[in-house]
Design a protein around this ligand. Structure first.
Ligand code: PLP
Length: 234
Protein backbone atom coordinates (compact mmCIF):
# COMPACT_ATOMS: atom_id res chain seq x y z
CA UNK A 1 0.00 0.00 0.00
CA UNK A 2 2.81 2.35 0.85
CA UNK A 3 4.26 2.04 -2.66
CA UNK A 4 0.87 2.82 -4.19
CA UNK A 5 0.44 5.84 -1.96
CA UNK A 6 3.93 7.14 -2.71
CA UNK A 7 3.39 6.84 -6.46
CA UNK A 8 0.09 8.69 -6.19
CA UNK A 9 1.71 11.46 -4.16
CA UNK A 10 4.58 11.83 -6.64
CA UNK A 11 2.22 11.89 -9.62
CA UNK A 12 0.11 14.59 -7.99
CA UNK A 13 3.19 16.59 -7.10
CA UNK A 14 4.42 16.37 -10.70
CA UNK A 15 1.00 17.40 -12.07
CA UNK A 16 0.80 20.39 -9.72
CA UNK A 17 4.31 21.49 -10.61
CA UNK A 18 3.68 21.17 -14.36
CA UNK A 19 0.46 23.15 -14.06
CA UNK A 20 2.31 25.89 -12.19
CA UNK A 21 4.99 25.92 -14.86
CA UNK A 22 2.37 26.10 -17.60
CA UNK A 23 3.72 22.93 -19.16
CA UNK A 24 0.58 20.81 -18.57
CA UNK A 25 0.63 19.29 -22.01
CA UNK A 26 4.21 18.10 -21.86
CA UNK A 27 4.59 14.43 -21.16
CA UNK A 28 6.76 13.51 -18.21
CA UNK A 29 8.06 9.94 -18.01
CA UNK A 30 8.42 8.63 -14.48
CA UNK A 31 11.01 5.87 -14.25
CA UNK A 32 10.69 3.96 -10.96
CA UNK A 33 14.21 3.05 -9.86
CA UNK A 34 13.89 -0.48 -8.48
CA UNK A 35 17.52 -1.31 -7.66
CA UNK A 36 17.90 -3.37 -4.45
CA UNK A 37 14.13 -3.88 -4.29
CA UNK A 38 12.30 -7.17 -4.71
CA UNK A 39 10.41 -8.43 -7.74
CA UNK A 40 7.25 -8.17 -5.60
CA UNK A 41 7.90 -4.48 -4.92
CA UNK A 42 8.51 -3.94 -8.65
CA UNK A 43 5.23 -5.64 -9.50
CA UNK A 44 3.37 -3.51 -6.97
CA UNK A 45 4.69 -0.37 -8.67
CA UNK A 46 3.83 -1.69 -12.13
CA UNK A 47 0.31 -2.52 -10.99
CA UNK A 48 0.01 1.00 -9.58
CA UNK A 49 0.47 2.30 -13.12
CA UNK A 50 4.19 3.01 -13.35
CA UNK A 51 5.08 1.40 -16.66
CA UNK A 52 8.78 2.29 -16.74
CA UNK A 53 11.39 1.06 -14.29
CA UNK A 54 15.14 1.39 -14.02
CA UNK A 55 18.00 -0.75 -12.74
CA UNK A 56 21.65 0.24 -12.38
CA UNK A 57 23.37 -3.15 -12.32
CA UNK A 58 23.21 -5.74 -15.08
CA UNK A 59 23.79 -8.64 -12.64
CA UNK A 60 20.80 -7.59 -10.59
CA UNK A 61 18.55 -6.87 -13.58
CA UNK A 62 19.31 -10.22 -15.21
CA UNK A 63 17.96 -11.96 -12.10
CA UNK A 64 14.87 -9.84 -11.59
CA UNK A 65 13.54 -8.67 -14.96
CA UNK A 66 12.75 -12.15 -16.39
CA UNK A 67 10.72 -12.94 -13.25
CA UNK A 68 8.27 -10.06 -13.69
CA UNK A 69 4.74 -11.31 -14.28
CA UNK A 70 3.20 -7.86 -14.73
CA UNK A 71 3.50 -6.28 -18.20
CA UNK A 72 5.53 -3.10 -18.53
CA UNK A 73 6.43 -0.62 -21.21
CA UNK A 74 10.08 -0.04 -20.54
CA UNK A 75 13.06 -1.42 -18.71
CA UNK A 76 15.63 1.36 -18.41
CA UNK A 77 19.30 0.79 -17.70
CA UNK A 78 20.68 3.69 -15.69
CA UNK A 79 24.02 2.47 -14.29
CA UNK A 80 27.57 2.47 -15.50
CA UNK A 81 27.86 -0.16 -18.25
CA UNK A 82 30.88 -2.44 -18.53
CA UNK A 83 31.63 -3.89 -21.94
CA UNK A 84 31.62 -7.48 -20.64
CA UNK A 85 27.98 -7.05 -19.54
CA UNK A 86 26.64 -5.75 -22.84
CA UNK A 87 25.27 -9.04 -24.19
CA UNK A 88 23.44 -9.79 -20.95
CA UNK A 89 21.99 -6.31 -20.90
CA UNK A 90 20.81 -6.51 -24.52
CA UNK A 91 19.14 -9.86 -23.81
CA UNK A 92 16.77 -7.95 -21.49
CA UNK A 93 15.70 -5.71 -24.40
CA UNK A 94 16.19 -2.36 -22.68
CA UNK A 95 13.79 0.35 -23.76
CA UNK A 96 16.45 2.98 -23.13
CA UNK A 97 20.05 2.91 -21.92
CA UNK A 98 20.55 6.20 -20.05
CA UNK A 99 24.19 5.74 -19.24
CA UNK A 100 26.27 5.70 -22.41
CA UNK A 101 29.28 7.55 -21.05
CA UNK A 102 32.04 7.07 -23.63
CA UNK A 103 32.56 6.52 -27.35
CA UNK A 104 34.29 3.28 -26.31
CA UNK A 105 31.16 1.76 -24.77
CA UNK A 106 29.06 3.09 -27.68
CA UNK A 107 31.32 1.27 -30.13
CA UNK A 108 31.06 -1.97 -28.12
CA UNK A 109 27.27 -1.65 -28.06
CA UNK A 110 27.23 -1.00 -31.79
CA UNK A 111 29.27 -4.14 -32.50
CA UNK A 112 27.02 -6.30 -30.28
CA UNK A 113 23.86 -4.88 -31.85
CA UNK A 114 25.23 -5.32 -35.36
CA UNK A 115 25.78 -9.03 -34.75
CA UNK A 116 22.08 -9.47 -34.06
CA UNK A 117 20.68 -6.85 -36.45
CA UNK A 118 19.21 -4.76 -33.69
CA UNK A 119 18.83 -1.08 -32.89
CA UNK A 120 18.98 0.58 -29.49
CA UNK A 121 17.78 3.90 -28.11
CA UNK A 122 20.31 5.53 -25.81
CA UNK A 123 20.98 8.69 -23.84
CA UNK A 124 24.39 10.23 -23.40
CA UNK A 125 25.29 10.64 -19.73
CA UNK A 126 26.95 13.95 -18.93
CA UNK A 127 28.97 14.41 -15.75
CA UNK A 128 27.70 17.92 -15.20
CA UNK A 129 28.95 18.21 -11.62
CA UNK A 130 32.42 17.07 -12.77
CA UNK A 131 32.81 14.85 -9.71
CA UNK A 132 35.49 12.21 -10.21
CA UNK A 133 33.26 9.53 -8.67
CA UNK A 134 30.56 9.99 -11.29
CA UNK A 135 30.44 8.59 -14.81
CA UNK A 136 29.59 10.60 -17.87
CA UNK A 137 31.21 12.55 -20.62
CA UNK A 138 32.41 15.99 -19.60
CA UNK A 139 30.27 19.01 -20.40
CA UNK A 140 32.94 20.41 -22.72
CA UNK A 141 33.20 17.13 -24.69
CA UNK A 142 29.50 16.40 -24.84
CA UNK A 143 28.74 17.77 -28.31
CA UNK A 144 31.75 16.09 -29.86
CA UNK A 145 30.76 12.81 -28.20
CA UNK A 146 27.20 13.07 -29.48
CA UNK A 147 28.52 13.70 -32.99
CA UNK A 148 30.87 10.71 -32.84
CA UNK A 149 28.34 8.32 -31.34
CA UNK A 150 25.66 9.42 -33.81
CA UNK A 151 27.70 7.72 -36.54
CA UNK A 152 26.98 4.28 -35.09
CA UNK A 153 24.00 3.26 -37.19
CA UNK A 154 22.59 0.77 -34.66
CA UNK A 155 22.35 3.42 -31.94
CA UNK A 156 19.79 6.20 -31.83
CA UNK A 157 20.59 9.05 -29.45
CA UNK A 158 17.32 10.15 -27.84
CA UNK A 159 18.66 12.72 -25.41
CA UNK A 160 20.83 13.34 -22.38
CA UNK A 161 21.03 12.09 -18.80
CA UNK A 162 22.70 13.51 -15.73
CA UNK A 163 22.89 13.00 -11.97
CA UNK A 164 22.67 16.12 -9.83
CA UNK A 165 24.50 16.67 -6.60
CA UNK A 166 23.54 14.45 -3.67
CA UNK A 167 23.21 17.57 -1.63
CA UNK A 168 20.55 20.15 -1.00
CA UNK A 169 18.38 20.15 -4.13
CA UNK A 170 19.04 23.84 -4.88
CA UNK A 171 22.72 23.05 -5.37
CA UNK A 172 21.76 21.16 -8.53
CA UNK A 173 19.65 23.92 -10.07
CA UNK A 174 22.43 25.68 -12.04
CA UNK A 175 23.72 22.28 -13.19
CA UNK A 176 20.28 21.24 -14.42
CA UNK A 177 19.92 24.60 -16.18
CA UNK A 178 23.25 24.00 -17.91
CA UNK A 179 22.04 20.58 -19.04
CA UNK A 180 18.85 22.05 -20.50
CA UNK A 181 20.87 24.63 -22.43
CA UNK A 182 23.14 21.87 -23.78
CA UNK A 183 20.09 19.77 -24.68
CA UNK A 184 18.58 22.68 -26.63
CA UNK A 185 21.89 23.47 -28.31
CA UNK A 186 22.31 19.88 -29.53
CA UNK A 187 18.70 19.83 -30.69
CA UNK A 188 19.40 22.94 -32.73
CA UNK A 189 22.37 21.29 -34.45
CA UNK A 190 20.00 18.79 -36.12
CA UNK A 191 22.61 16.05 -36.18
CA UNK A 192 21.45 13.09 -38.29
CA UNK A 193 20.42 10.07 -36.17
CA UNK A 194 20.03 12.27 -33.07
CA UNK A 195 16.54 12.97 -31.71
CA UNK A 196 16.65 15.08 -28.59
CA UNK A 197 13.45 13.80 -27.00
CA UNK A 198 14.45 13.02 -23.43
CA UNK A 199 16.20 15.01 -20.75
CA UNK A 200 16.64 12.49 -17.92
CA UNK A 201 17.44 14.27 -14.67
CA UNK A 202 15.96 14.50 -11.21
CA UNK A 203 15.84 11.89 -8.42
CA UNK A 204 13.91 11.59 -5.17
CA UNK A 205 15.46 14.62 -3.52
CA UNK A 206 15.70 16.98 -6.48
CA UNK A 207 13.05 16.05 -9.06
CA UNK A 208 11.01 19.20 -8.59
CA UNK A 209 14.06 21.36 -9.26
CA UNK A 210 14.84 19.19 -12.30
CA UNK A 211 11.28 19.68 -13.60
CA UNK A 212 11.54 23.43 -13.13
CA UNK A 213 14.74 23.41 -15.15
CA UNK A 214 13.27 21.40 -18.03
CA UNK A 215 13.59 17.66 -17.30
CA UNK A 216 10.98 15.42 -18.94
CA UNK A 217 12.19 12.08 -17.61
CA UNK A 218 12.59 11.52 -13.86
CA UNK A 219 14.35 8.61 -12.16
CA UNK A 220 12.84 8.12 -8.71
CA UNK A 221 13.71 5.33 -6.27
CA UNK A 222 13.57 5.96 -2.55
CA UNK A 223 10.58 8.33 -2.66
CA UNK A 224 8.60 5.38 -4.07
CA UNK A 225 10.10 2.33 -2.36
CA UNK A 226 11.64 3.80 0.78
CA UNK A 227 15.29 3.96 1.72
CA UNK A 228 17.56 1.29 0.30
CA UNK A 229 19.20 -0.96 2.86
CA UNK A 230 22.21 -1.74 0.70
CA UNK A 231 23.77 -0.67 -2.56
CA UNK A 232 22.38 2.36 -4.21
CA UNK A 233 25.71 3.68 -5.34
CA UNK A 234 25.98 5.11 -8.80
C1 PLP B 1 19.58 5.14 -7.60
C2 PLP B 1 19.49 6.01 -8.76
C3 PLP B 1 18.43 6.92 -8.90
C4 PLP B 1 17.32 7.07 -7.89
O1 PLP B 1 17.78 7.57 -6.68
P1 PLP B 1 16.76 7.96 -5.49
O2 PLP B 1 17.51 8.95 -4.71
O3 PLP B 1 16.49 6.71 -4.74
O4 PLP B 1 15.53 8.49 -6.10
C5 PLP B 1 18.40 7.70 -10.04
N1 PLP B 1 19.35 7.63 -10.97
C6 PLP B 1 20.38 6.77 -10.88
C7 PLP B 1 21.40 6.75 -11.96
C8 PLP B 1 20.49 5.94 -9.77
O5 PLP B 1 21.52 5.09 -9.69
Amino acid sequence: MRINKNIETIRNTIDDKMAKLGRQSEHITLVAVTKTHSVEAMETALKAGVSHFGENKVQEAIHKVPLLSVPYEGFHFIGHLQSNKINQLLSLKPYLIHSVDSTYIAQKLHLALGRTNRFQDILIQVNISEEATKSGVSFSNAIQCVEEISRYSTLCIRGLMTIGKLDKPEVSRPLFAKMKALFDEIKGLEIPNVNMDYLSMGMSHDYLIALEEGANMLRIGSAIFGQRAIGGNF
